[in-house]
Design a binder for this molecule. Structure first.
Ligand code: MIG
Length: 735
């Protein structure tokens, strides 16, 4: 690791891979202790990679196989160049590191566009012209465009221009900001309230390669159980055993697919985590076993606030073992949340995470399959039960956590809680892939959990916002993500609900959820017409599970997002750079939802190449803008030429039937798809028990490559359905 010193400011450059570079600055040559919460590997854990150093009178140049890093001798300013000598990520000023603030300013290149920034409000995809604060917050105010602090804090930006994409991760967990051309349109500046200037640059040049780099450093989503890709039904206010049973029955009677029922805070005894309400949920084990027989999994909510109740075992144990966060004066920190007076576990500590992870036994023993971690910014109300407006309170910033204070650990509170939860479940259910969901998180949270966008509203604007929000989360590394379908706060109208379910049925994480004070929002609450729309689109999701599951596999291997903005596949087409309202799901499917009231048509941009209308098979040549006709029953969907889309039978829940027959929709053109299959719920795939089948289409001929891996799919028919080809008839072959 070469280190350079300019004016007592030491700079360390680590070439971790030819495309992944780390830069750190320290005053007086002393680098702070490494903060390893988010990253998976220390510098020394990367395989050695070749780079050489060239010195000229003006510059020190470090060359890797892919890029060069230039350091100006007189100023210490840095810039990068690609193999075409194009400059990127160039310092606009010398980094400034004082004892109070740290900041780096980069110049914005001509035509450079910015994405990522984790979870954000506002219906724009490209994010120049604003300041983004990284400070995990219970955003209990409506998520309007001016809301800057959200539940999740991910200090990553993703830069795109023709042939040159890269990302930057600011490895600092203190409250920090990215000023993206707000103060100065030619500058992107990042700064933090504490810690070091420590950042990583991920060079592409394509978006896919950028995400691959992010995955190498910050990790990927482990492959979820297949059932977690099904539809989840939730509501704050399912209050009893009977209510949940009735809910499950409705789904099956109405033949609306559903895999998961979420239990919100009402299942607990006085909001004491890891307990069950003694009268409303008398026999949770029996309830969950019965649900399971009907193909439902149970996911229970857990909050970080532990009720300060001397008779409560979690409080007793935690106190005795010294597991709770303490104030500067050494006394345990107390705050008000749902259980009233509460204390908070210090999740930065290994022993505390182990303890918490094990406490989940009180849930898994009853048959619970997954944990939903809420309120973990952590949110602290100002007074008992004053939940509502502006709960921006949290733990005292000077409270102690491990060897630091909450000021540094705040942004990773939710992240570390999700880690405790995920690692605990792996131990408690060693043969079952569990599901975890978290509201708060930090860069790298994908290693432990899926995420959702918190308390949105039943507003058209929030349906619209969910599109760029999910895409930018994917670019930031978190692809298992969705918004509450139908909207959490306020009451959905039938039309809004239908439109939201159409697109929500294809969210990576598809969950309907609502507030206890809003109307019930299950798919059948809005009349028969809307119920049918919900059934039809959820069935579409379930038929597409082989496709989606393969995308999740790819994401677990390479960090590739499931939902991708259009530029992901057309990075040199500048017309895609601001396209926030249409999304690619994997390589092949384009979804262009309706997100406005009383609207039955919209403009869709189809980039270069040929496209097929999913519903009519009409062939359309890109690049073009078309007007899609979309009465309430229709959400515009398109397929790229050369696509092979695997699908399965209609299902009521993901593992109801084996993948038989397997249907392959083959669209004229050139392309390929890798179908991934396994048992759907164990860890056998880690030992090679999976099946990978490459499906290739060349010259309008489908080639099914020899299957790899040790998993034997059921014996089945393969139905091949040609689209846009001379040959029209469906072919059936034995697998
Ligand atoms: O202060 O558990 O975002 O999904 O239903 C509200 C009750 C606490 C906030 C979550 C929401 C959940 C609700 N929770």
């Amino acid at each position: 690791m070469p280190t350079f010193t300019f004016d007592r400011l030491a700079l360390a450059v680590s070439v971790l891979t030819p495309k992944l570079i780390r830069l750190r600055y320290a005053r007086n040559g002393k680098f702070a202790k490494r903060r390893a919460w988010a990253v998976t590997k220390d510098d020394s854990e990367f395989a050695p990679t070749q780079s050489d150093v060239n010195e000229t009178s003006q510059e020190i140049i470090i060359n890797t196989k892919a890029i060069s890093i230039h350091i100006q001798r007189d100023t210490g300013k840095i810039h990068f160049t690609d193999s075409q000598n194009k400059i990127f990520c160039a310092d606009d000023a010398r980094p400034s590191v004082t004892s109070v603030t740290k900041s780096v300013a980069k110049s914005v290149a001509t035509g450079e566009h910015f994405y990522g920034f984790g979870e954000r409000t506002y219906s724009s995809l490209e994010r120049s012209g604003c300041i983004y604060t990284h400070w995990a917050t219970d955003t209990a105010v409506p998520h309007t465009p001016d809301v800057d602090r959200m539940y999740v804090a991910i200090p990553i930006y993703f830069s795109v221009r023709p042939n040159l994409d890269y990302a930057v991760y600011f490895n600092n967990t203190y409250r920090s900001q990215f000023d993206v051309g707000y103060t100065d349109p030619n500058q992107i500046r990042f700064s933090a309230d504490g810690g070091e200037i420590d950042y990583y640059v991920f060079y592409g040049p394509t978006p896919r390669e950028v995400n691959e780099g992010i995955a190498q450093l910050l990790g990927t989503h482990p492959l979820p159980p297949r059932w977690a890709l099904g539809y989840h039904q939730s509501r704050w206010g399912y209050k009893s055993d009977q209510e949940i049973r009735k809910l499950a029955k409705e789904f099956r009677q109405r033949e609306i697919p559903c895999d998961v029922i979420h239990f919100d805070i009402d299942y607990m005894d006085g909001y004491r985590v890891f307990t069950w309400h003694p009268t409303r949920f008398k026999n949770p084990k029996k309830l969950i076993a019965d649900l399971r027989r009907d193909g439902f999994r149970a996911v229970t909510i857990i909050d970080p606030g532990v009720k300060a109740d001397k008779k409560y075992f979690v409080y007793q144990e935690g106190l005795k073992k010294n597991y709770f966060v303490k104030k500067q004066n050494g006394k345990v920190f107390h705050g008000y949340v749902w259980p009233d007076d509460s204390v908070f576990a210090d999740f930065t500590r290994d022993d505390v995470r182990d303890w918490w992870g094990e406490l989940q036994k009180h849930l898994t023993d009853k048959g619970v399959s997954g944990i939903w971690n809420d309120m973990n910014e952590p949110a602290v109300f100002s007074k008992p039960f004053s939940a509502g407006v502006g709960n921006t309170g949290t733990i005292d910033l000077d409270a102690k956590q491990s060897d630091t204070t909450h000021a540094e650990a705040h942004n990773v509170f939710g992240y570390n809680m999700a880690r405790a939860s995920y690692e605990g479940l792996r131990k408690l259910l060693p043969d079952e892939r569990a599901f975890t969901l978290t509201r708060s998180g930090f860069a790298g949270m994908q290693k432990f959990s899926a995420g959702w966008s918190g308390d949105n509203h039943a507003w058209w604007e929030h349906l619209e916002t969910s599109l760029p929000q999910a895409c930018n989360m994917g670019l930031s590394g978190v692809s298992f993500f969705g918004a509450d379908i139908g909207g959490f706060n306020s009451d959905a109208s039938p039309e809004l609900f239908a439109r939201w379910m159409q697109v929500g049925s294809l969210y990576p994480f598809a969950r309907g959820h609502s507030h206890t004070d809003s109307i019930y929002q299950e798919p059948w609450r809005f009349g028969e017409r809307v119920e049918k729309i919900c059934r039809d689109y959820l069935r579409l999701r379930y038929r597409l599970l082989p496709y989606l599951y393969s995308l999740f596999y790819e994401s677990s291997q390479h960090g590739t997002p499931i939902w991708r903005p259009m530029f992901y596949h057309y990075p040199n087409d500048e017309r895609t750079y601001h396209l926030h309202d249409q999304v690619m799901i994997g390589d092949s499917i384009l979804v262009a939802p309706i997100y406005k009231a009383n609207c039955d048509r919209r403009v869709v941009y189809l980039p270069q190449g040929e496209w097929f209308d999913y519903w009519t098979d009409e062939k359309i040549a890109g690049a073009t803008h078309i007007t899609a006709h979309a009465p309430l029953e229709v959400m515009p969907l398109y397929v790229r030429a050369g696509a092979v889309i695997p699908s399965g039978p209609d299902l009521n829940y993901a593992d109801e039937k084996p993948l038989s027959p397997l249907t392959l929709d083959v669209y004229a053109g050139e392309g390929e798809f890798t179908l991934y299959e396994d048992d759907g719920h164990t860890f056998e795939y880690e030992k090679g028990v999976f099946a990978i089948t490459r499906l290739e289409i060349r010259d309008s001929r489908l080639k099914i490559h020899k299957r790899e891996g040790n998993y034997a799919p059921p014996s089945r028919k393969i139905i091949i359905r040609p689209h846009g080809m001379e040959r029209k008839e469906t072919v059936e072959v034995e697998d």
